[in-house]
Design a protein around this ligand. Structure first.
Ligand SMILES: NC(=O)c1ccc[n+]([C@@H]2O[C@H](COP(=O)([O-])OP(=O)(O)OC[C@H]3O[C@@H](n4cnc5c(N)ncnc54)[C@H](OP(=O)(O)O)[C@@H]3O)[C@@H](O)[C@H]2O)c1
Length: 343
């Protein structure tokens, strides 16, 4: 059973499991299905907040429970309580659990000198922020701790995913470059010399990690990343290439010169790069796609989605809320003014 089956990761995961021979129930509140799933996949309407409904959906039991939407410690306890009826679980966590050696993490990134300076790459042994109820990251840590402590009842693989990308993403960072190409913007400005890195992971690679973990139940955490962590300049070039476009990139040293000019959704003062060695050793992880190879499908989906909407904010409301609360992510006037002054 996959909870959160119609989201970006869920769609790819259900497909990967079904193709691997699993008999999958795909659960979400809407109870929808993906056109690519084989007909053997059963869709189910389920709100995981309802403990009784979740227990009923699991029924006499299932061999594997995959949870895309565990956001609170309560959800971990809910899963652990089903341990007598569930063979093993795979639960999505996040790179944002990590803390650097000076106690900085994603929660401190906007504070002065608050951006974490992680080792490159970050191994799963890197310390994490304290478990808590206040932020996304502290709650993810609480979930991890609860589930690892319940390992004798329910073996759980926790996947600490990087920046997830693919079709059906509600916060598609790729939109930043795709929309510029569609708008015919030839010039773009990238801060930090275009060199900053935030490890991406394709939904297909997350699905592969789930598939592998499903075949090797155990209590563990593994990072979830693509085979490479491209720089933001490389991401822009890869999107240009996928769209048959050529941009001129103006690189600026240091932080965005006049935000939003030079600011992208991948902005990171220091690299966030995941060590995928443990996933390789422990699960036999071999990525099924690369960032560049996965792009055409994502770009096509983004274009389709934009065509069906009056405004990009209507097509991607969560992206707008998370990355563009000020409404200036595509402020070409500010960018043109800055470029004119600079030249
Ligand atoms: N996006 C990233 O860059 C990123 C990075 C690291 C980790 N993650 C982790 O990835 C997970 C999110 O996966 P995703 O990006 O695939 O999510 P998503 O695209 O937002 O999809 C969420 C899915 O969960 C379903 N859902 C939401 N609430 C539910 C509920 N109460 N009961 C049952 N189903 C519910 C949704 O369908 P309905 O609305 O129909 O219920 C949908 O199928 C999270 O655990 C997140 O922490 C994401």
């Amino acid at each position: 059973m996959v909870i959160g089956a119609t989201g970006q990761i869920g769609r790819a995961t259900v497909l990967a499991l079904a193709e691997d021979g699993w008999d999958v129930t795909a659960a979400s509140r809407g109870g929808g299905r993906d056109a690519a799933w084989p007909t053997t996949v059963r869709e189910a309407r389920l709100d995981r907040e309802d403990d009784a409904a979740l227990a009923a959906a699991v029924g006499d039991g299932c061999e594997l429970l995959v949870d895309m939407v565990a956001f609170q410690a309560r959800h971990a306890r809910q899963l652990a309580a089903l341990g007598d009826r569930v063979g093993s679980a795979v639960v999505l966590s996040s790179v944002s659990v990590y803390e650097d050696d000076q106690g900085r993490g994603f929660d401190t990134q906007l504070e002065p000198n608050g951006f974490p300076r992680y080792p490159v790459p970050i191994a799963e042994t890197q310390r994490t922020v304290a478990a808590g109820e206040v932020t996304y990251s502290t709650r993810k840590v609480a979930i991890e701790r609860e589930l690892l402590a319940a390992g004798d009842r329910l073996p759980v693989t926790l996947v600490r995913a990087g920046a997830v990308h693919g079709p059906y993403c509600r916060t598609p960072r790729e939109l930043y470059f795709v929309k510029r190409v569609l708008d015919g913007r030839r010039t773009r400005v990238l801060a930090r010399g275009g060199a900053n890195r935030f490890h991406p992971v394709s939904v297909r690679n997350v699905a592969e990690l789930v598939r592998l973990a499903a075949a090797r139940p155990g209590s563990r955490v593994v990072n979830g990343g693509d085979p490479e962590a491209p720089t933001v300049a490389e991401i822009g070039a890869a999107i240009d290439s996928a769209m048959g476009f050529e941009s001129e990139t103006v690189l600026v040293d240091g932080p965005p010169p006049e935000p939003p000019v030079g600011l992208t959704p991948w902005d990171a003062e220091h690299p966030v790069v995941l060590d995928m060695g443990l996933a390789e050793r422990e699960l036999g992880y071999q990525p099924v796609t690369t960032y560049a190879d996965s792009l055409p499908e994502t770009v096509e989906w983004l274009e389709r989605r934009l065509r069906g909407a009056a405004h990009w904010r209507e097509a991607f409301p969560k992206m707008a809320a998370n990355y563009d609360p000020g409404g200036d992510l595509f402020d070409y006037t500010a960018e043109d003014a800055w470029l004119k002054l600079k030249r």
